[in-house]
Ligand binder design. Sequence first.
Ligand SMILES: [Zn+2]
Length: 106
Amino acid sequence: MHVISLVWHWLLNVTGTFIPPSGSKWYNFWSGFGSDLGEAVIIGSLIGLYRHHKCASCWRIGHHPVEGTPYKTCHKHATIDSHKKLHEEHEHKYPEQHKLLNPSEQ
Ligand SMILES: [Zn+2]
């Protein structure tokens, strides 16, 4: 129980909400630790945007869509073999989506 109390005390100190010397605890929270939450959201959205647009095979930005999948590839992986491999990989991961596209192959 003592460890939980220590962790709770540390958390309140880090967030600036423990016994404020001046102002309210919410003022101290939002002008200290809470103001960093917006920056974390911006960084997280940039990482999400990059992951959405990156090549399915490497770190580059993808410009060439792989037919029948949501994947995109960069100029280095825009070959027929690479697209065929990605299509088969997507078909193996999500067979129900390919059944809808090709109902005769059941
Ligand atoms: Zn690539």
